[in-house]
Design a protein around this ligand. Structure first.
Ligand code: FAD
Length: 516
C-alpha cells in the first residue's frame, strides 16, 4: 500500500524515514543518502516539498549511488531520530556518506538552493568530494584524459563510450554519467574543453556536445535536437545494445513470433487501434466490474458517470455506441440505490434493441500488446481510453473541464483492480486535480500525471523491455514538444504537447485493423 507520512508518500520516490528503518537506511548504506528533516507544520517546509519531490523524479536514475529520504520531526514518534542528528531547525538537509556510521557529524547543506537544478548540482559536489569508501554504484565523475581513453577498452567491457565535452563549470557530463548509471553497455566520461589532444582529435567546437568513441579510435557525434542533459541521456539510453541493468534486451525476434499465446499483430506505433479500446471496454465492463456482485452507493454513482462519459465521448463504431447509449439510458432511469452485476451483464449481453447494438466480446490487443502475456494490455488500454476521452471532450467543447478526469478518478478509485495503482492515482488527483480549469488543461493534466507514473515505473518489474517507460512523447515523436531554458534545463513546450496530444488521440488517428 501507499504509505503516507507528513508531507511525502511512497509515490514520491522519497524514502520515508521512521524510527524503525532509520538504522537500515542511513547507516552503512551502499548509496549516499540525502535526508530532509522537516516539520509538517512549517510553512517553508510545505513550500519546499514540491521541489524536493521534483528533485526525486529528476534524479531517480541516480538511486543506486545517491538516494533521497525525508522525516517529519513534528511527529512525536520521530523526535528521538531528529534529536540524534542534532536537528534544531526546519527544513534541514543532511548528506549521509555511503557506509556512514549515522552519527550527527554528517554534513548539513548550509543555505541550500530551493530549486531542483541547484540541489542537483550540490549533490554532485558532495558526491565528488566523497571520501573513501566511494559508493560502489557511483561511476567516476572526474574529467577524463587522452591517456585514460587510449586504454579504456582494455579494462572496460562496454560497447559504447560516450564523451561529453564541456567546460569546467558545466555539470552536464556528470549528470549524464549518473543518468546512465543503471544502464549496461555504455559508459560516460566528461572531457574538459582544455583537454586539447582530444578536442583537436575529434574536432570538437561545441561545448557541451557528446561523441561516441569506439575501440581503434573511431568516433561519431551523438545526434540530438538540443545539446543538453535530457537529450544526451535519452539518446544514450536508447543506443543499440544498451539495456537497463538486470533487464533482458528487447527481444525483437521473439516478439514477432510467439512469446505470447497469440500471434503477434504488427502495428504502427504512431496510431491508435479501436481493437485496444474495445478490448479495454470489454475487460472493464465484463471482467473488472464482475468482481463486484452488487454496485451501490458511491460506487454506483461513479459507475453511472463512467458510462455517461463513455456514451458521450467514446469515439466508437456505431454498434458499440448504440450499446453504450442503451446501457447509459438504462442506468440514468434506474432509481434503486443498488444494481447487481447480473443486471448489468444482461444490459451488456442482451440489449433489447436491434441487432446492431453490441460490445464485442474478448480481448484483442494491438498497440497494447506486450512481449509477455502479463505485460501491458489492460492498464495500457485504460490510459489510452482516458487520453482519448479527454481529447474528445475538448473537441466536443464540454462545459465541465473536470468531467472526464473525475469519472476516471472515481472509476479507478472504486473499480480498478490494481489497488496500489488506484491509491497512487488518487494521491495525484487529490494533490492537483483542482488545478484543472479548462478542457485543455485536463488533457495536459492526464498527460503529465501519466509521465509521473512512467518516471516512477521506469525499470520496474512491470516494465516491458520492448516498451520502455519514457517521458512521453519522445524527442523523435515530437521534436517541437521538447525545449530547454536558458540554463539548459529541459522544458516541455505545453502548447506543442497539447497539439501533439490532440492529434495523436484524435478519432482520426484510430485504426480499425484486427476488428472482426
Ligand atoms: P502505459 O503507461 O500503459 O501507456 C500506454 C500507452 O500510452 C503507451 O504505449 C504510449 O503510447 C502512451 N503514453 C505513454 N505515456 C504517455 C503520456 N504521458 N501521455 C499520453 N500517452 C502516453 N503500474 C504499477 O506498477 N504501479 C502503479 O502505481 C501504477 N499506476 C497506474 C495507475 C493508472 C491509473 C493506470 C491506468 C495504470 C497504472 N499502472 C501502474 C500500470 C502502468 O502505468 C502501465 O499501464 C503498465 O505498466 C503498462 O505499461 P505500457 O508500457 O503499456 O504503457
Amino acid at each position: 500500500p501507499v504509505a503516507e507520512a507528513g508531507l511525502y508518500s511512497t509515490s514520491d520516490q522519497v524514502i520515508l524515514l521512521t524510527p524503525d528503518n532509520v538504522e537500515s537506511v542511513l547507516v552503512n548504506s551502499t548509496a549516499a543518502i540525502v535526508a530532509e528533516f522537516y516539520a509538517s507544520w512549517c510553512g517553508h517546509c510545505v513550500a519546499f516539498s514540491p521541489v524536493y519531490k521534483s528533485l526525486a523524479r529528476d534524479i531517480k536514475e541516480w538511486k543506486p549511488a545517491v538516494d533521497l529520504a525525508a522525516i517529519d520531526c513534528a511527529a512525536e514518534e520521530n523526535r528521538k531520530v531528529c534529536m540524534r542528528f542534532g536537528i534544531t531547525g526546519y527544513p534541514t538537509i543532511k548528506f549521509f556518506h555511503a557506509y556512514s556510521k549515522g552519527d550527527s557529524k554528517e554534513q548539513t547543506f548550509k543555505a541550500f538552493p530551493r530549486d531542483v537544478r541547484g540541489l542537483r548540482h550540490k549533490i554532485i559536489d558532495k558526491l565528488e568530494a566523497h571520501e573513501d569508501p566511494w559508493p560502489p554504484a557511483c561511476p567516476p565523475l572526474e574529467p577524463t584524459s587522452q591517456a585514460e581513453i587510449d586504454s579504456f577498452f582494455e579494462t572496460n567491457n562496454v560497447q559504447h563510450l560516450a564523451l561529453i565535452f564541456e567546460d569546467a563549470k558545466s555539470y552536464v557530463g556528470r549528470e549524464v554519467t549518473l543518468d546512465l548509471l543503471q544502464f549496461e553497455n555504455v559508459a560516460v566520461r566528461r572531457v574538459l574543453n582544455t583537454e586539447e589532444d582530444l578536442v583537436t582529435k575529434l574536432g570538437v567546437t561545441e561545448f557541451p556536445s557528446c561523441y561516441l568513441y569506439y575501440p581503434g579510435g573511431n568516433f561519431t557525434r551523438l545526434n540530438v535536437n538540443v545539446e543538453a542533459r535530457t537529450f544526451f541521456s535519452y539518446a544514450l539510453q536508447r543506443l543499440p545494445g544498451v539495456v537497463r541493468s538486470g533487464k533482458p534486451p528487447p527481444d525483437s525476434i521473439n516478439i514477432h513470433t510467439n512469446n505470447t499465446e497469440e500471434p503477434w499483430r504488427p502495428f504502427n506505433k504512431s496510431r491508435l487501434y479501436m481493437a485496444d479500446l474495445e478490448s479495454t471496454l470489454h475487460y472493464s465492463l465484463r471482467v473488472e466490474l464482475a468482481a463486484h456482485t452488487v454496485i451501490k452507493g458511491d460506487a454506483l454513482i461513479s459507475f453511472k458517470k463512467y458510462i455517461s462519459v463513455l456514451a458521450k465521448y467514446f469515439p466508437g463504431r456505431p454498434v458499440v455506441m448504440n450499446l453504450l447509449r442503451s446501457v447509459n439510458s438504462h442506468l440514468q432511469n434506474q432509481t434503486g440505490d443498488e444494481i447487481s452485476y447480473e443486471e448489468l451483464r444482461e444490459m451488456l449481453d442482451n440489449p433489447a434493441q436491434s441487432p446492431d447494438t453490441a460490445l464485442p466480446e474478448g480481448q484483442r490487443w494491438v498497440g497494447c500488446q506486450g512481449s509477455k502475456p502479463y505485460l501491458r494490455r489492460y492498464p495500457c488500454g485504460v490510459w489510452t481510453l482516458f487520453h482519448v476521452l479527454t481529447v474528445q471532450a475538448k473537441n466536443a467543447g464540454g462545459t465541465d473541464p473536470k468531467e472526464v478526469l473525475t469519472a476516471m478518478r472515481n472509476y479507478v478509485h472504486n473499480f480498478f483492480g490494481c489497488r496500489p495503482c488506484a491509491e497512487h492515482f488518487e494521491n495525484m488527483a487529490r494533490e492537483s486535480l483542482v488545478e484543472v480549469s479548462s478542457l485543455s488543461s485536463a488533457v495536459l493534466w492526464l498527460w503529465s500525471r501519466h509521465n509521473r507514473v512512467n518516471n516512477r515505473l521506469a525499470g520496474a518489474l512491470s516494465e516491458d523491455p520492448s516498451f520502455p517507460k519514457i517521458q512521453w512523447p519522445s524527442p523523435e515523436m515530437c521534436p517541437a514538444c521538447h525545449t530547454v531554458r536558458e540554463n539548459g534545463e529541459h522544458r516541455w513546450n505545453d502548447e506543442q504537447v497539447l497539439s501533439f496530444l490532440m492529434s495523436y488521440f484524435s478519432s482520426k488517428s484510430i485504426l480499425t485493423d484486427y476488428l472482426d
